[in-house]
Design a protein around this ligand. Structure first.
Ligand SMILES: Cc1ncc(COP(=O)(O)O)c(C=O)c1O
Length: 370
């Protein structure tokens, strides 16, 4: 059987999955031009002034925020922005509030910095919704930071504007840093996205973590950023100066082209993903035993597969994920990696045809479990 990858988010640059549009995005041309012009040397560690300006301008235009370029650091991917932020803010023994299910790297990065994750369980029956009340209940005198990722990887849950504002204000009031992972902010399927940074009176305790990976399908370019209070951004730059130094010089030019050019591709991609999500959910609904919440954003589904745990050789999400790969040639990530035991995460950042094929294989796999 030909392998079929449906958990692969590393689709091509500017390729709207399944359509082939935007294959050669402006970032590719900008990067080639930058190389041809010889922009291949060291740059300022936090990024050339033009990229920092372009990032804050994009954020201001989309979310009515008012960051200055020196409140922005450009990093080799959103993951490094997160890593550097946690490293400079979290000391041994500090608590970091983290909603479950969480993106895999959050917990490890907190622990690597010596922090203690304080896990807040979102309820599946409430579509994995995170509320301000849930976060507040987890805050103690030792809380240094709160991590919020909306829309969420893996659940696709979106924090409501009211809860987001309440969490931003809570963090500010208590002197706790809110690390707001906006990696999927442009893939919110429920109305208009807002950024917590628009509550400007609370900016002192807010660090926005952003990525070009998903918004512009630029996963391999390694382009991300953080926006935040000057001292935090300066410390992140200092840390970066002893690790990666600047982000690849010509990637910075590519990133300027991506964030400054027409943003129609972002809107088109969102429309495409809504269709793919519905196709995926429709397919999963045809598999007896699987239930699934409706993701409000990002590009993952997070179905509950615990109904199969009683079957031989299918006692856990990891066991099922491993058998799905080996027997059905379908890739997914087991829920244990995200802090829940009963789920599998599938990516639908692929074509409709691949989704249909994957669903067919899963139907026969799960149907044959006895
Ligand atoms: C929630 C979340 N944050 C951050 C990232 C980091 O993205 P990158 O390092 O590719 O910019 C990812 C990537 O999967 C993610 O899912």
């Amino acid at each position: 059987m030909e392998p079929l990858v449906i958990a692969n988010k590393a689709f091509q640059s500017r390729l709207i999955v399944g359509t082939g549009k935007y294959k050669d995005g402006p970032e590719t041309r900008a990067a080639i031009e930058a190389i041809e012009k010889g922009y291949t040397r060291y740059t300022a560690v936090a990024g050339i002034p033009e990229i920092r300006r372009a990032i804050v301008d994009r954020h201001a235009a989309d979310f009515a925020t008012n960051y200055a370029p020196d409140e922005c650091v450009f990093t080799a991917g959103g993951k490094l922005a997160l890593f550097n932020a946690i490293e400079v803010l979290v000391e041994r023994g500090d608590e970091v509030v983290l909603p479950i299910p969480f993106w895999v790297s959050f917990k490890d990065i907190i622990q690597f910095a010596g922090g203690t994750p304080v896990l807040v369980h979102a309820k599946e029956e409430e579509n994995f919704r995170i509320t301000a009340g849930m976060i507040e209940a987890a805050v103690t005198d030792r809380t240094k930071a709160i991590i919020l990722n909306t829309p969420s990887n893996p659940s696709g849950a979106v924090v409501s504007p009211e809860d987001l504002e309440a969490i931003v204000r809570l963090a500010h009031r208590r002197g706790i840093y809110l690390l707001l992972d906006e990696c999927y902010i442009y893939l919110n399927f429920e109305g208009t996205s807002i950024s917590g940074a628009q509550f400007q009176d609370c900016k002192e305790h807010l660090v926005v973590l952003g990525s070009l990976s998903k918004t512009y399908a630029m996963t391999g370019w390694r382009a991300g950023y953080a926006l935040g209070p000057k001292p935090v951004i300066a410390a992140m730059g200092k840390l970066q100066s002893q690790s990666t130094s600047n982000t690849t010089s010509f990637v910075q030019y590519a990133a300027i082209a991506a964030v400054s050019g027409s943003q129609q591709c972002v809107a088109d991609m969102r429309t495409e993903y809504i269709q793919l999500r519905d196709r995926m959910l429709g397919g999963l609904a045809t598999i007896p035993g699987i239930t699934c919440t409706v993701p409000q954003g990002a590009f993952y589904v997070y179905p509950n597969v615990s109904a199969f745990f009683g079957k031989p050789g299918a006692g856990s999400a990891s066991a099922l994920a491993s058998r799905l790969l080996g027997e059905a040639h379908v890739v997914c990530v087991p829920g244990e990696a995200f802090g829940t035991d009963e789920h599998l995460r599938f990516s639908y950042a692929t074509s409709a045809e691949v989704i249909d094929k994957g669903i067919e294989r899963m139907r026969s796999f799960f149907g044959g479990l006895d």
